[in-house]
Design a protein around this ligand. Structure first.
Ligand code: ZN
Length: 351
């Protein structure tokens, strides 16, 4: 059984910081991790931390998620100093090491949570991963860290893995990685329509995976009430019925009202409450295993405060879910998701 007093497993490594665009104007920049660390270490004293050693992802870990040819192509491309893999996704001399360490670090976090007394953890890593697909880099992402982590959890004995992606952008790469796989439940909340364009409520998985992908496609300008409603009416009921052995969170913080790239209205207290409810759900399930893996979030103050909020939830300082009525548009979006999933799950379909 997990011990609530067990130190929190932490992935953090200064080698992530060497992934840096030449002129430093890209929003996905090393200062993001400096801010996230500021938030984490303002809450967690060293004695409350179990530091997990970071190592590069292995070939077999990467090939579980990516095409081997893509991995080889990346290795060849990334030796060329500075460049771009797509219009948004830069690389620099430190990128190959950082990307391989981020995917390997995510895998080590999942393995630690599955196999040690440290059931709760957080990974502060760059580059982010949830847009990376089997065959290509996109949206600041090169390797899909959380998909690699989910496979690591399965390899370490998990029968079922749930991924909750609260980054404001749809996690298209993660969705694609498990679209026909009933062992992995993927639940994404995102601004829609928005980058990268995927994540409609009708995208529910295929083949044996039908019903194991849940897309909550929210219009812009949603606040804490809509997210609280989504947690109560979709996210928590799905987690309870699915019965995962571990929950992994694609923890982007770009739905924060300060974020320059998106138009949602969350604040750091909201992230603390969303994290609290997920931690309560894994505690109720009896195993307590949950890992938060950094994705996006481009306002430094928002990152600092929101990571601190998640850290407080991890240490047991729980905040209740936001109360209050969601917007009519938010309520409608939730109803679309519930309708699409109603053949597969018991979801109260009253408004
Ligand atoms: Zn994002």
């Amino acid at each position: 059984m997990p011990q609530p007093s067990s130190p929190i497993a932490v992935i953090d490594d200064e080698r992530f910081d060497a992934h840096s665009e030449r002129h430093g104007s890209h929003p996905e920049r090393p200062e993001r991790l400096v801010a996230a660390r500021g938030g984490l270490y303002s809450v967690l004293p060293e004695r409350a931390i179990h530091r997990v050693a970071v190592r590069p992802a292995t070939d077999s870990e990467l090939i579980a998620v990516h095409a081997e040819r893509y991995v080889r192509t990346l290795e060849r491309e990334l030796v060329h100093g500075h460049g771009r893999l797509d219009p948004d996704t830069f690389f620099s001399p430190g990128t190959q090491q950082a990307a391989w360490l981020a995917a390997g670090g995510a895998a080590e976090l999942a393995r630690t949570l599955m196999t040690s007394p440290h059931a709760r953890g957080i990974a502060l890593l760059r580059p982010p991963g949830h847009h990376a697909e089997a065959n290509h880099a996109m949206g600041f992402c090169l390797l899909n860290n959380i998909a690699v982590a989910a496979h690591a959890a399965l390899a370490a004995g998990a029968r079922r893995v749930a991924i909750v992606d609260w980054d404001v952008h749809h996690g298209n790469g993660t969705q694609a990685a498990f679209y026909d796989d009933p062992r992995v439940l993927f639940v994404s909340l995102h601004q829609y329509p928005f980058y990268p364009g995927t994540g409609a409520p009708g995208e529910i998985g295929s083949g044996a995976g039908r019903g194991y992908t849940a897309n909550i496609a929210l219009p812009a300008e949603q606040g804490a009430e809509t997210y609280g409603h989504a947690w109560r009416r979709v996210v928590l009921p799905l987690l309870e019925q699915f019965g995962a052995d571990i929950v992994l969170v694609s923890a982007g913080f770009d739905a924060h009202h300060r974020d320059p790239l998106a138009q949602m209205r969350l604040d750091s207290a909201c992230y603390q409450s969303l994290a609290s409810a997920l931690i309560d759900s894994v505690d109720s399930a009896g195993h307590g295993r949950i890992g938060f893996i950094l994705e996006g979030g481009y306002d430094l103050q928002a990152l600092d405060e929101s990571v601190a909020g998640v850290a407080r939830a991890l240490t047991g300082e729980r905040l209740a879910l936001p109360e209050g009525a969601p917007s009519a548009a938010g309520r409608g979006a939730l109803a679309d998701t519930r309708r699409a999933l109603s053949p597969f799950w018991k979801l109260d379909d009253s408004a």
